[in-house]
Design a protein around this ligand. Structure first.
Ligand code: LMR
Length: 327
């Protein structure tokens, strides 16, 4: 009993969502790494759980584990293949060991804004990419969930790329991001999301790049001088499952589940811009500093990062890059 109570207390402290699953319902675990209440991924994952648990009551029961409480960045994809979790929404920057193609989403300044990125996901090339890994890894993309554009923060104010020279930046496990940081004359350090706050606080790294929603909900602004509105990259997720999980559902349940998954995806992407604006304002309200750029300063960031495209052209594919840039 004491073990049960301890686990329950731990789960509650960590904000783990414990759904009331009934006997006979198939438990479907959704693990992710973000937190807070205003984060686009938190909102979308909880909305998926609410809808499945209401509309498929008696059949499926989705339990959401946020904040890396079930699996963190390094374990979640493996856990999906092992059947220890059924749903994930990792950043597209975390698939480098499975496919180089998702690097297209990481190319600096390829998308003008999130609407541009959403347009690309609706093209044939964008839709085909959802299944880029299925044949050899058993992963199935259910939809793209947008998170926001990314901004640099550091322990000092960054106005132009040369301000970042010699600094260490935490990046996701993306070769494109690493090359981008190197192009700035800085050093990239790949690290799990759950470790970023501590690494910024202790000075293991000097800076990081993320969306307003992540910077706010993980309080990165507390341990950084300021955040600069570079808009240099997109952060988006692959809302995904395994082919094994889908195959284990009856045809009727699979159809209903996929329909809900699609509707939740469409709705989630409509709310992201508002969530980002709210969390930008939340950072400022909480005392965080935001630096804006003049067009000339912004152009310096674009110019510094532009050689990165050429470097990944062959791995990603010229046609794919063209389709994304022109969407
Ligand atoms: C990160 O690692 O910075 C992000 O991918 C976290 C997330 O899931 O938004």
């Amino acid at each position: 009993i004491s073990l049960t109570l301890t686990s329950l207390a731990l789960a509650l402290t960590a904000g783990t969502a414990i759904a009331n699953c009934d006997p006979g319902e198939r438990v479907v675990k959704f693990s992710h790494v973000t937190g807070g209440t205003t984060h686009p991924k938190v909102v979308a994952a909880n909305s998926l759980a609410d809808r499945v648990n209401t509309e498929m009551n008696g059949k499926l029961c989705v339990e959401v584990f946020p904040n890396s409480t079930l699996f963190g960045d390094s374990k979640e994809l493996e856990a999906l293949l092992l059947g220890d979790v059924q749903l994930l929404a990792p950043s597209l920057s975390k698939f480098g060991s499975y496919t180089p193609k998702y690097g297209v989403f990481d190319l600096p300044f390829i998308f003008k804004d999130m609407d541009h990125a959403i347009r690309f996901t609706k093209t044939k090339e964008g839709k085909d990419l959802l299944l880029a890994m299925d044949e050899y890894a058993g992963f199935v993309g259910l939809g793209y969930w947008m998170s926001g554009m990314k901004y640099f923060s550091a322990g000092k104010q960054l106005t132009v790329p040369s301000d970042a020279e010699g600094l260490k930046f935490r990046v996701q496990t993306s070769d494109v991001s690493k090359a981008m940081i190197s192009a700035m004359g800085a050093s990239p350090q790949a690290m799990a999301f759950s470790e970023v706050y501590g690494a910024l606080q202790t000075g293991v790294v000097d800076g990081q790049e993320n969306t307003w929603s992540n910077i706010y909900t993980k309080k990165f602004y507390e341990v950084q001088d300021s955040t600069t509105e570079t808009n240099h990259q997109l952060l988006a997720y692959l809302f995904m499952t395994s082919s094994e999980f889908l195959a284990s559902l009856s045809t009727a349940d699979r159809t209903q589940f996929l329909q809900i998954a699609d509707e939740v995806t469409q709705a989630a992407n409509l709310n992201v811009k508002a969530a980002e604006a709210t969390n930008r304002a939340n950072i400022i309200k909480a005392g965080g500093k935001v630096n804006t750029l003049t067009p000339a300063q912004r152009q310096e960031w674009v110019d510094t990062m532009s050689p990165v495209w050429k470097k990944f052209e062959n791995d990603i594919g010229k046609d794919l890059i063209k389709a994304a840039a022109g969407a």
